[in-house]
Write a protein that binds this ligand. Sequence first.
Ligand code: B1M
Length: 209
Amino acid sequence: MDSLEKTFQFVVEGHWKEMPDLAKEALDAGNQSGDILKALVSGMDTVSEEWRVGNMFIPEVLISAKAMHAGMDIIRPHLSAADVKLRGVVVIGTVQGDLHDIGKSLVGMMMEGGGFQVYDLGVDVSAAKFVEAVKEHEPDIVGMSSLLTTTLPFMRDTIRSLEEAGLRDSIKILIGGAPVTPEFAESIGADGYAPDGATAVDMAHELVG
Ligand code: B1M
């Protein structure tokens, strides 16, 4: 098995501790950082699919995502615009008043695995912070997560603030989280809703065309 095949395998099997050395080995062997990224993404694609069909569970997906991240950390400095074409830029956060982190982080990591550059703003992110981050990072997609019915209205507030700041037309808005429904997404003027990380990645690809 060559180091690219091993990279794919290490993501699927979640060998996060061993991944930095393997990624360095893959670079030393003369592999392009873009090919290593493809192996990482492809591993995460497999994990997403296994999760979607019920063959993997959340803890395993998180460990795979951690392995993918460990590899990304090594190759990131080697990725240049000329080397790898990113699929887009995503700003993601859990909305104001909401401290639930796990689903949002998982979605963010899967987006990264799906080839997006992701700026994760963390939890309890106010509308003003989203606006600031959009100005700073000029993303293609803004992703919002909410796990509490009481924090759902902050998604609407954030969209309003983005409209007021004149930024709404330059971005697509994707939302998710346990209490979020497609009907709610439509009612607040979001561009998309995803029930899980794998669908969020697919949806993000559709949104950036
Ligand atoms: Co909280 N909590 N919690 N909690 N908590 C829920 C959400 C709750 C349903 C539990 C219950 O009562 N049955 C309930 C909400 C009820 C409601 O509003 N309808 C609840 C409550 C009430 C609370 C507190 C108010 C409890 C209290 O203090 N009295 C409090 C609120 C704190 C706050 O946020 N201000 C609270 C606190 C906590 C903990 C801190 C203890 C902990 C969070 C730890 C952390 O995140 N670091 C916690 C947890 C763990 C849960 C449950 C048990 C699990 C949530 C989770 O991580 N799921 C949850 C019950 C449940 O959901 N079964 C519960 C796993 C995660 C992978 O799934 O986040 O749904 P999820 O993400 C999914 C999808 O939703 C989707 O993809 C993800 C991957 O599949 N998705 C997106 C998510 N974001 C997306 C964004 C997208 C697209 C898809 O696009 C951008």
